[in-house]
Design a protein around this ligand. Structure first.
Ligand code: NIG
Ligand code: FE
Length: 401
């Protein structure tokens, strides 16, 4: 006897095949037991199975719970003033050079207590959960000293499970150069102090860095990646956002889980990612907010069979959004992803970007019963509505949230 049998639905399992990439099963039923999926099949095939509770969905669509695999959800204050400055003509780089940008969030985050950071991040997480998110990656990176980076990661840890959302924390110490330290001293401190402490306390699942003219050089990133791997932590990289630093190829050399942004990616970088199995995380809301005109080379990613994920990049500077379905719409409208690619990008491929494909991102036996129920007629509506829809039900480990 199973815990739950969900019937009368159309399921996009994401455990697909060449002919049916989204693994769509119409007139389906889903068996759930012990918080996990036990069977997904045509309703008629599950007719003989019993469950303590039967939930009929009246023809709704079911997808895996959405996964937001790139966010900076924890931060103090906000940067609405910079939004206004950019509208008046200042660039992101100019604002950063004048001490604004990431450094402004660093001051506000250092000044905030752990309780304040947790309270504001909880509100944002609740909003993202409303758009269907059941798993989220959360980066540090507004501390830029060991104490505050650890404070942010502790907040991310406390967030885990809030609104039913699984939180996957990432150390992003190489996000910007701290105003009060020289480059070499900072990178050395991250290698000798921050990474070992984070690894010992189990505070992060991976290490990220920002490889960019206004941030860190490929050589600095490599030194930090080497230290991360020494401590058993996989890596990921903000790469090729504003210029081509060959960060994607670097990330691939370190078997990075993902390389993110990628507006200025070239053919060699895409090929290296394809060969290494590094996922491309596309962040169209940051592209939109920066009024960027350089679209990531989606055709190159397709050509080299790089898995594409889509995320909000929720952050106070370049992507103040709390809707993953809006990011899906932007990925289709601005980057010309197909609706199918956008849906895979927030389920299966987002799970891969987090190294969690063994437990999430598809609806298949043995996977977590984290799912969204959408009262839509067509699955492609998920990338079609601008900022809508929200799922009508969200289940985590088979339970309604
Ligand atoms: O992913 N690119 C660097 N990091 C963030 C921006 C963070 C900020 O401006 O606060 C991003 O876009
Ligand atoms: Fe980011």
């Amino acid at each position: 006897m199973w815990d739950r049998l969900i019937t009368d639905c159309n399921v996009a399992t994401m455990a697909g095949s060449a002919e049916n990439p989204l693994g769509i099963i119409t007139n389906a039923a889903i068996g759930i037991d012990g918080g996990k999926i036990v069977r997904v099949a045509k309703r008629t095939e599950l007719a003989g199975f019993r469950a303590r509770e039967v939930v009929a969905l009246d023809g709704a669509w079911v997808t895996p719970g959405l996964i937001d695999c790139h966010t900076h959800l924890v931060f103090g204050g906000n940067r609405a003033d910079e939004h206004a400055m950019r509208r008046a003509g200042s660039s992101y780089e100019e604002i950063a050079a004048a001490g604004g940008g990431i450094i402004s969030s660093v001051s506000q985050t250092r000044a905030a207590s752990e309780a304040q950071l947790l309270a504001s991040a909880k509100r944002r997480l609740e909003a993202l959960a409303k758009s269907g998110v059941t798993c989220i990656e959360v980066k540090s990176g507004y501390g830029l000293d060991t104490e505050t980076e650890l404070k942010m990661l502790r907040v991310a840890k406390s967030l885990d499970g809030h609104a039913g959302v699984k939180v996957v924390p990432t150390l992003l110490a190489l996000h910007a150069l701290p105003p009060d330290m020289d480059r070499k001293a900072y990178v050395d401190m991250v290698i000798r102090e921050t990474i070992p402490m984070v690894a010992n306390e189990g505070l992060a699942a991976s290490v990220d860095a920002y490889c960019e003219g206004i941030a860190f050089t490929p050589a600095e990133v490599e030194a930090v990646f080497t230290a991360a791997q020494h401590h058993g932590l996989p890596v990921r990289l903000h790469a090729e956002q504003l210029s081509n630093q060959k960060g994607a190829a670097l990330a691939a050399r370190y078997k990075a889980l993902s390389a993110d942004h990628l507006e200025h990616l070239d053919n060699d970088g895409a090929r290296a990612m394809g060969e290494a199995g590094t996922v491309a995380v596309l962040l169209p809301a940051a592209f939109y907010c920066l009024r960027d005109e350089q679209v990531p080379p989606i055709d190159l990613l397709r050509k080299h069979k790089v898995a594409m994920a889509v995320a909000t990049d929720c952050n106070p500077g370049t992507s103040p959004t709390l809707s993953l379905t809006l990011a899906m719409n932007m990925a289709t409208t601005l980057f010309r992803l197909s609706p199918e690619e956008a849906i895979m990008g927030t389920t299966l491929h987002a799970a891969r970007a987090l190294g969690l494909a063994h437990e999430r991102g598809t609806l298949a036996p043995g996977k977590m019963a984290d799912l969204c129920v959408w009262n839509i007629e067509q699955l492609s509506e998920l990338g079609y509505w601008i900022g809508l829809p929200s799922p009508d039900r969200r289940m985590v480990a088979g339970r309604d949230q």
